[in-house]
Design a protein around this ligand. Structure first.
Ligand code: GDP
Ligand code: IMO
Ligand code: MG
Length: 426
């Protein structure tokens, strides 16, 4: 019997999960997404090509790897169809190749879930979450509210009636948002067209499917979306997404028992970013932050929004490592710091007149101030290095400093967006 390895983000998302899942996928028989939905944008680059995946697991470009969209994921059939159509245009057809399956128990995002997301955000004005407007929150609300529609429902004879009943509830709610105008007919037509398409992807029970792989001794990797600090329970609530982005989410989002979890890969940037609203203690709302954004091309893969940038936040990373039981770390985008003579790491926070080394409960009304440690930069282009011996001494020192602070080894170092720009450190 094998175990499920988990790869997930330790910050506020966009750490580079897609790239690393793609790099690791040859070692796995199955890659499984376990939560989130098309709010995710996972970027992969290889052979001069670039792909952004929203719903489809990032193992899709590896020839022998199966890909599962798990029960914890919320699915917008229109976006999923578009993703698969685009892949087909680029010469990849996972359905024809039998490389993609989808959980019957995964919930569906309806066009009205998106409208509810938009209406909610509009009403909150400047206090809005800054959601991706993909309908994620309202869909998970219907899931836990026991109203949702699932992938498996699409093949039931009364699917259209079930759909109509839920939409009636949604339009009733929308009528209370004064001045919120919307058009539904056109979106509904695309939705039902996409539902027919969804039926062509094999539906499975993810709990039996994944455990079946384990029983056969096959290797499984669970791919997280978003990041730990966006977790609905442990993130910077309410500025979070609506699912458990942590390792525990892989258990509920796929149907595996906690003792089936193997290695946990925690992935982080050599600095930090956040997109959308909410606290961000190490944010650099200045020229340095703009510089990081330009050098790191920090614009959302899903929404195109400018990402907020700041220094690495060690109290937040330690918290994420604890919550996830991280066994190995992966550091991304070291190359983005190539031109800095000095870089900084937040080691503590000043909070309410005290120096603390943990994330306090209320970081919304009292934002912690970072205590920064200056670190020599390596001031060398690392994008072309291909072996560990070529890593500049100052970057090796930065890695050693982080490993000492975080008490977990850094296994991989990423020095550019391409698949090939990845170094295995141990
Ligand atoms: P994900 O959501 O965690 O998969 O990450 P995103 O794809 O949203 O954002 C990561 C961005 O950084 C993408 O544009 C990647 O192509 C890019 N990227 C990944 N690793 C590196 C790296 O080591 N260096 C640089 N410069 N870019 C990287
Ligand atoms: P990947 O998987 C970065 C953020 C949104 C917003 C908050 C809630 O690419 O790392 P939602 O649409 O989920 O209700 O938005 O969460 N967010 C992400 N930020 N990367 C993501 O995914 C994100 N998915 C959601 O910007 O602040
Ligand atoms: Mg992303």
């Amino acid at each position: 019997m094998t175990q499920v390895d988990v790869l997930l983000g330790l910050q506020w998302g966009d750490e580079g999960k897609g790239k690393i899942v793609d790099v690791l996928s040859p070692k796995y028989d199955l890659i499984a997404r376990f939560q989130g939905g098309p709010n995710a944008g996972h970027t992969l680059e290889f052979d001069g090509k670039k792909f952004v995946l929203n719903t489809i697991p990032s193992g899709i470009f590896n020839e022998k790897t199966m890909n599962l969209i798990g029960n914890g994921v919320v699915i917008d059939p229109i976006i999923l169809k578009r993703e698969l159509d685009n892949l087909k245009k680029a010469g990849h057809d996972p359905i024809a190749d039998g490389k993609l399956v989808i959980a019957r128990k995964a919930h569906l995002i309806l066009p009205t879930h998106q409208l509810l997301d938009a209406a909610n955000e509009a009403r909150m004005g400047k206090n809005k979450i800054g959601s991706t407007l993909k309908g994620i929150g309202p869909t998970y609300m219907d899931k836990t509210g026991r109203n949702g529609l699932r992938v498996g429902d699409t093949t039931l004879p009364d699917f259209k009636e079930r759909y109509a009943k839920l939409v009636e509830k949604h339009t009733e709610i929308l009528s209370h948002y004064e001045g919120f105008e919307y058009e539904l007919a056109e979106k509904e037509a695309s939705f039902f067209e996409a539902i027919e398409f969804l039926k062509t992807i094999p539906h499975v029970d993810s709990e039996h499917y994944v455990n079946g792989f384990l029983k056969e001794g096959k290797a499984v990797l669970a791919e997280g979306a978003q990041g730990t600090l966006l977790d609905v329970d442990f993130g910077s609530y309410p500025f979070v997404t609506s699912s458990n982005t942590t390792t525990a989410g892989a258990c509920t989002g796929l149907g595996i028992a906690p003792n089936k979890v193997g290695a946990v890969y925690g992935i982080f940037k050599a600095y930090c970013t956040r997109v959308g609203g909410g606290p961000f203690p190490t944010e650099l709302d200045n020229e340095v932050g703009e510089n990081l954004r330009a050098l790191g091309h920090e614009f959302g893969a899903t929404t195109g929004r400018a990402r907020r940038c700041g220094w690495i936040d060690l109290p937040a990373l330690k918290y994420a490592i604890m919550l996830n039981g991280v066994t190995e770390l992966i550091m991304m985008k070291a190359d983005v710091l190539d031109t800095f003579d000095t870089i900084y790491a937040c080691t503590h926070y000043e909070y309410n007149g005290e120096t603390i080394d943990y994330m306090p409960y209320d970081i919304i009304s009292i934002e912690p101030k970072p205590v920064l440690k200056a670190i020599d930069g390596w001031a060398t282009d690392v994008t072309k290095i291909t072996s560990v011996d070529e890593i500049p001494a100052k970057l090796t020192e930065y890695i050693a400093f982080l490993e000492k602070e975080l008490e977990v080894p850094i296994k991989f170092l990423s020095v550019g967006p391409d698949r090939a720009q990845t170094l295995e450190l141990r």
